[in-house]
Structure formats: structure tokens, C-alpha cells
Design a protein around this ligand. Structure first.
Ligand code: UDP
Length: 303
């Protein structure tokens, strides 16, 4: 909108929050529809760019209703592609590092085909996102649809739902409320955490790229940390006296994640700028404010 665009926002609010778009609601260049992309969504008039970001991304959220999860991944992608074809628009697909599953190689380049279990608790998301990539590929080949695909690695930052169930939000939330930090397994599995502003800069560069970068591009921060290291960072940066408790590692939980960002660097001149520690400080500040009010439900219920 700052660049002069009109924006149509479509969200079923399964994981989204009206508070995040409240400042835009009265703006004449912004339209919001509460709608699930698993049913068609005609948009009147011209459309130049489509960003298909629908689907819960947190494992507890997307596994809560796995039969639904496959639908925004597949049907939602098809709706976005049909709309792009109809309008002659460029279309962006929010793909994921989950297409690599539990990888056999590290770092993971875009040419790696992955190691995904098609018959397990993560399959609804992983295979759904892989099917979406296949459809993007086929629309591009068959109809010349102008596609862009980012494989997004673990992202965090302000405006994240403190209760969304992912590791960064869980650990900060637990540290700030004095509860144990819950580590799955021994905490030796790794993730590469990308600050939200870096991700958005990468997506913007990809969508603006005019030479037809239509194959998938990894967007993530190659800094790799074990989950235990993340817990220690969060405890130190919050000054929390929370303990650490260890729990069973979920089935198919990948042991390693680290993007090879060679394509993003050479073709988009993109690299992440925000170090984990700086990003965590900003995210902790946001969580402190958002946890401050209103009071967490369980506390309110007891008093
Ligand atoms: N994890 C953890 N404690 C939590 C939440 C997650 O140890 O309270 C682990 C999880 O098992 C995984 C890693 O942290 O190994 C990242 O999990 P997340 O749900 O954030 O995303 P994923 O990369 O697995 O999709």
C-alpha cells in the first residue's frame, strides 16, 4: 500500500489475527474478506500480483485438523493459479523447507528432492505443499503462468501469535511466564531461524525479479542452531529462571534444517541481515507487550 497498490486480503482467521490488520481496515486501498480459500474467491477488476500464503504452518495447528490442512495447500493453490491465469497476474507460492522432510544432506539446496514420509502426521502439510509446487510447475509449463516460489525456512518475529505452538513462540512464552522450557527429544535437532523482515525482503525481491525466476528459491537464514541452543539464548535474553524439561520427540520431526541460499544470493542479491540474537530481542519485546494484556485465560479463570 505504501508503494501505491490496492490490497485485497483473504483470510479465514484460522491462525491469523484481526489485530494485525486493524490499522489497515479503514484505509480505502485495503479490502478484507473472511473466507477460506478452499472455496473459490472471485476478485473483481484487475489483479497484478497474488500471494498465496494460506495454510497453518505450526505443526500443532496444522495437525489439529489434518484433513482440512491438505485442502488449502492443494485446492487453495489451484484457486490462486486459476485466478492468476484468468487475470494474467504474477503469482507467489509460500512453499516451505518441509518439502525437504528429514533431509539426508546439509545444507539443503533447491535441487535436493527431499526425504518426506508420505504416511505420517506431517504429511498433510509436507505433501500438500509439494503437490502445490507440482501444480505451480504445471501451470507454468502448460499455460505460461508467471509463477514465483519461495521455500520458506523457520520464520519468527513480532506479530507472531504467542500461542501458535512453534518453538520460538513456545520458548519465549514459557520463559516470560516462568514455566519450564519444553524441549522435544534431547534438543540436538537443528533449525535455521529467519527474522520476518528478512523473509519479506526476500519475497519482495523474488516477486520483483523480471528475468523469470520461476523455479523454487530457498529463503531462510543459514545460521543453524540446536533447539537446546535456542532455549539457552531465550533464557539468557529474557533473564528468566524457568527450568528446562525434556519430552518425547514427535514422529518424523526433522533432525536438521539449513538452507543453501546460493540462488537467492546470486539471482536476487538477497541475504538475511538480522542475527538470531537481535531478532529474539525484538520478538521478546513484542511478546512481553502482548502477554501483558489481556491476562492469559487460565490466570483470569482462577482469580
Ligand atoms: N520443539 C521443541 N519444543 C517445543 C516446540 C517445538 O523442542 O515446545 C521442537 C520441535 O520438535 C522441532 C523444532 O523445535 O524439532 C522446531 O519446531 P517447530 O514446531 O517450531 O517447527 P518445525 O520446524 O518442526 O516445523
Amino acid at each position: 500500500m505504501q508503494q501505491g497498490h490496492r490490497v485485497v486480503c483473504i483470510d479465514n482467521l484460522q491462525t491469523g489475527s484481526m489485530a494485525n490488520i486493524a490499522p489497515l481496515m479503514n484505509h480505502s486501498d485495503f479490502m478484507f474478506y473472511q473466507h477460506d480459500v478452499i472455496t473459490p474467491y472471485p476478485v473483481p477488476g484487475e489483479v497484478h500480483e497474488i500471494y498465496n500464503m494460506a495454510c497453518a504452518a505450526s505443526p500443532p495447528k496444522y495437525q489439529a485438523d489434518p484433513v482440512h490442512t491438505m485442502k488449502p495447500c492443494v485446492i487453495g493453490a489451484l484457486s490462486a493459479l486459476d485466478l492468476a491465469r484468468d487475470k494474467g497476474a504474477r503469482v507467489f507460492q509460500a512453499s516451505t523447507s518441509e518439502v525437504y522432510g528429514d533431509p539426508d544432506i546439509s545444507p539443503q539446496p533447491e535441487g535436493y528432492n527431499g526425504n518426506v514420509n508420505p504416511f505420517g502426521p506431517r504429511a498433510c502439510y509436507d505433501e500438500g505443499k509439494r503437490a502445490a509446487e507440482a501444480m505451480f510447475h504445471d501451470f507454468h509449463q502448460r499455460f505460461g503462468t508467471d509463477i514465483r516460489i519461495a521455500r520458506i525456512f523457520n520464520t519468527y518475529g513480532p506479530q507472531m501469535d504467542p500461542r501458535d505452538g512453534r518453538v520460538v513462540s513456545n520458548f519465549i512464552n514459557q520463559a516470560l511466564t516462568g514455566r519450564d522450557i519444553t524441549i522435544h527429544g534431547k534438543g540436538q535437532q537443528t533449525r535455521s531461524f529467519c527474522y520476518v523482515d528478512d523473509l519479506l525482503n526476500g519475497i519482495e525481491a523474488l516477486m520483483a525479479h523480471e528475468d523469470g525466476l520461476t523455479s523454487p528459491v530457498n529463503i531462510g537464514n543459514p545460521g543453524e542452531f540446536t533447539v537446546l541452543e535456542l532455549a539457552r539464548h531465550v533464557l539468557r535474553l529474557t533473564g528468566s529462571s524457568s527450568g528446562i524439561s525434556f519430552h518425547p520427540k514427535p514422529q518424523d520431526d526433522p533432525m536438521q534444517r539449513k538452507p543453501d541460499i546460493g540462488i537467492a544470493a546470486s539471482k536476487l542479491n538477497w541475504a538475511p541481515k538480522v542475527a538470531l540474537e537481535d531478532g529474539l530481542v525484538r520478538t521478546i519485546r513484542y511478546f512481553r507487550a502482548s502477554l501483558g494484556e489481556p491476562a492469559p485465560l487460565e490466570v483470569a479463570a482462577r482469580s
